[in-house]
Design a protein around this ligand. Structure first.
Ligand SMILES: [Zn+2]
Length: 300
């Protein structure tokens, strides 16, 4: 209830605020997550200022907007977010904001036939791990940027094209790398169910302790099921995530040990947020490389 009240206050603040039309704000693009911000930066280069509401390691499913976010959103010329309910508590804010300023999501141009559903109706929001569809979905964002900044059209479209080629090349290279892990060992176990698109792209079976959102704690049944799976399939390593507490996975680890099976933490993966500067996972492409390299190393 407190969260809801807070969001209502944010919406009221947004509606009440007047856009400050300064020279800086004319060039300010505000993105929801570090992943969306990096992809937008690849398109706009140094022409515009791109800021992310959520920094490295921040969980978007449970994120509550801060007062400073309201100021940024209010000042932005364009707001960019993922969609598919990834930014659970921000969805209402973005929708209200779109009534009075430019707002665009990656969902807009994401190919509909590529969306995965968790229970037949709820879309899995971790769409950036379907790398081809993700770069395709940037079309809608690029069109919006070109609408707002027509002078940079050629430059933005060329940057986008170069980024698309880079992502496609990296995906091919990483697929090949992961295919070197024997098929029976290619099982990825993580804290929350963020890797189904990743599994489809890189041909690896995925299983998680929690559902696609971290907003609900895993239950006893989830832990028992995962422990059974690890023991029965002789899984050697499980992986923690940068944006999710490793506590629940640690309890899986000790339950597996009690059953006389040894499993270790194979490494930290970046699922819903990039890593901090210098981590090697501080860009979209860097995050993909880091994840594939860690999985390959962990499952050796
Ligand atoms: Zn997630």
């Amino acid at each position: 209830m407190r969260n809801l009240a807070y969001i209502v206050i944010c919406i009221c603040l947004l509606i009440g605020c007047k856009v400050r039309q300064t020279k800086e704000n004319e060039k300010l693009i505000v993105c929801s997550t570090s992943i969306t911000a990096d992809c937008v930066r690849q398109v706009v280069g140094n022409r515009l200022t791109v800021k992310s509401l959520m920094g490295p390691g921040v969980d978007p499913h449970t994120y509550n907007p801060r007062p400073s976010d309201v100021v940024l959103l209010n000042d932005a010329k364009l707001v960019v977010y993922t969609g598919f309910h990834l930014e659970g508590k921000m969805a209402e804010l973005f929708s209200r904001l779109s009534e009075r300023k430019a707002v665009v999501s990656f969902q807009l141009d994401f190919p509909k036939d590529k969306v995965l559903y968790t229970d037949g109706t709820t879309p899995d929001p971790h769409v950036w791990f379907d790398t081809d569809s993700w770069v395709h979905s940037m079309n809608g964002v690029v069109d919006k940027l070109v609408d707002l900044y027509p002078d940079y059209e050629l430059e933005f479209r060329e940057n986008y094209y170069q980024f698309l080629l880079k992502v496609q090349k990296k995906t091919r290279e990483l697929k090949l790398k992961l295919s070197e892990v024997p098929k029976e060992r290619r099982v990825l176990i993580t804290s929350h169910d963020a890797f189904h698109y990743f599994g489809r792209t890189f041909d690896i079976q995925v299983k998680a302790l929690q559902g696609v959102s971290t907003s609900q704690e895993p239950g006893m049944r989830d832990v028992v099921d995962l422990v059974d799976f690890i023991v029965q399939n002789d899984v050697k390593a499980i992986f923690v995530e940068n944006s999710v507490s490793p506590k629940a996975l640690t309890s899986v680890l000790s339950s597996v040990e009690r059953r006389g099976h040894h499993v270790r933490i194979g490494g930290t993966l970046f699922s819903d947020a990039l890593g901090s500067k210098g981590s090697g996972a501080d860009s979209y492409i860097g995050m993909l490389s880091h994840n594939v390299n860690s999985i390959k190393e962990g499952l050796k």
